[in-house]
Design a protein around this ligand. Structure first.
Ligand SMILES: C[S@@+](CC[C@H](N)C(=O)[O-])C[C@H]1O[C@@H](n2cnc3c(N)ncnc32)[C@H](O)[C@@H]1O
Length: 452
């Protein structure tokens, strides 16, 4: 059936001390409903289930799996045996909440997890980038220490502050054992946490926030990895914007000027309720016995939930004063000025010509870069989206031309050094370092074929 995911989800308990939140197993959209997938838009694979070949039911070779698209129930020939509906069926790995040293709560593997395995979906409220900015400011103003907003695509973010899955407890590491991957599920993009490597039971799960972070405040990273980048999400757009040094005349707003989020709805964060509205919300129970929480994947259909109260555990992750980070600029390519080094007029003219071609190719590359910069930067930030083929082709073509021009110039220089031609000057003076450049004769240049 289209658009109504079967709501099989976990029955979970919250240990004491965890700030309550509403547990959901699929994203909620602010101001819109879930997309209605048109029949023509449904991706249908060619898999047919063969009981003697378990791998036949939508695994690695399934066309949908290859394109990170889940099969649509009712439109997959494998029917109930289809194994490509992991987000829809909440096929999460077993995980457990635990208290970390200085990083609040964390999530660990409660079973051995295989490399590439889907662990859990990062669910929350899908909001616009403007909303994400407002909320992140408001959360900070409310004194919320932990940030739960990650980027979904160029214009959308997932906010798991008030509503989310247990993926919201996964901490950052600069040497992570998990990664985020985007999947298309019933026409919507969803974010899953996947194992980058085999993960043994008891190991903490962590992914790199770098491209996802929208935390606002500069937070010191306590992941302990040798390659630690010192701050959470240091390479993310959220971090860059927060720490951007705004140049005079920069038409974009400064972070300080972002209006404070004043939605009444957010005044009493986080929202705690006794009964759920949506059928994707499920039970969250207090675990009065201990501070760990077992999340057992089960097939229980849940219609109500009950959230315990408690205070946020103390964090020692330091919020540092706002740092200024210079945005990087592209390096200018230095043009060589080799021509004047040669005594022969032919050599000088040949090298001058190749220098001209090299400069042209460099300018062309720079202008192509400016043209496609928004797409390239978007790709850098959101590195799981593909750059459109036309953009990639333009970029590669400009690079190839530049490399060819470089090669032609250097080849010409080397060739003229190796096989010097007789000097051609209007004066008797040979070129010397720092001396006057000799006058060339008007003889036509003869380009050597070997330079091509
Ligand atoms: C998505 S939450 C992760 C769960 C969080 N630890 C909790 O208790 O709810 C992200 C927040 O966890 C903390 N955190 C995550 N990774 C960290 C790290 N490597 N170093 C310091 N704090 C970290 C930061 O406060 C960050 O804002």
């Amino acid at each position: 059936m289209l658009h109504s995911e079967e709501d099989k989800c976990n029955v979970v308990q919250l240990p004491e001390g965890v700030t309550p939140f509403i547990y959901i197993t699929q994203n909620e959209f602010l101001g819109r409903k879930h997309k209605k997938l048109k029949e023509d838009d449904i991706a249908i694979c060619e898999c047919k289930y063969d009981a003697s070949v378990p791998e036949s039911a939508c695994v690695e070779r399934c066309l949908n799996v290859i394109t990170n698209t889940e099969c649509t129930p009712g439109y997959c020939q494998c029917g109930a045996t289809c194994r490509n509906q992991r987000f829809q069926k909440c096929e999460y790995a077993k995980t457990k909440l635990f208290r970390t040293e200085g990083r609040g709560w964390g999530l660990l593997a409660d079973e051995n997890i295989k490399a590439g395995q889907f662990i859990i979906e990062y669910c929350g409220e899908v909001i616009s980038s403007e909303e994400a900015k407002k909320r992140s400011q408001a959360y900070e103003a409310h004194g919320l220490k932990d940030a739960y907003i990650i980027s979904l695509d160029a214009n959308h973010f997932i906010d798991a502050t008030r509503k989310g899955s247990f993926a919201r407890f996964i901490n950052h590491s600069c040497w992570p054992n998990c990664e985020t991957r985007k999947w298309t599920v019933l026409g919507e993009t969803r974010v899953g946490i996947f194992a980058k490597q085999d993960i043994s039971i008891g190991m903490e799960l962590a992914y790199d926030y770098n491209f996802e972070w929208y935390g606002g405040a500069t937070v010191q990273c306590l992941c302990g990895a040798a390659n630690c980048s010192i701050f959470l999400g240091a390479k993310s757009q959220g971090f860059q914007e927060y720490n951007h040094v705004w140049e005079d005349g920069d038409v974009r707003y400064t972070v300080e000027e972002v209006p404070l989020y004043d939605s009444a709805e957010d005044d009493s964060l986080p929202v705690i309720a006794g009964t759920g509205g949506g059928n994707e919300q499920t039970k969250i129970l207090n675990d009065s016995e201990g501070s760990t929480l077992k999340l057992e994947p089960s097939n229980t259909t849940c219609k109500s939930f009950n959230i315990g109260s408690g205070s946020t555990p103390k964090k020692t992750a330091q919020r540092l004063p706002k740092r200024k980070v210079k945005s990087s600029s592209r390096k200018q390519v230095n043009d060589g000025d080799f021509a004047k080094l040669f005594a022969s007029k032919e050599a000088r003219e040949e090298v001058t010509m190749y220098e001209g071609l090299k400069n042209e190719a460099t300018s062309k590359l720079n202008s192509v870069y400016e043209e496609i910069r928004p797409t390239i930067e978007e790709h850098g930030r959101d590195n799981q989206d593909s750059v459109p083929t036309s953009v990639a082709e333009t970029w590669i073509e400009a690079h190839c031309s530049k490399y060819k021009a470089d090669f032609d110039l250097y080849f010409s220089v080397i060739k003229n050094v190796m096989h010097p031609r007789p000097a051609t000057y209007t004066t008797a003076a040979a070129p010397s370092e720092g001396g006057a450049v000799p006058q060339m004769t008007n003889a036509e240049p003869k380009l050597s074929q070997g330079a091509k």
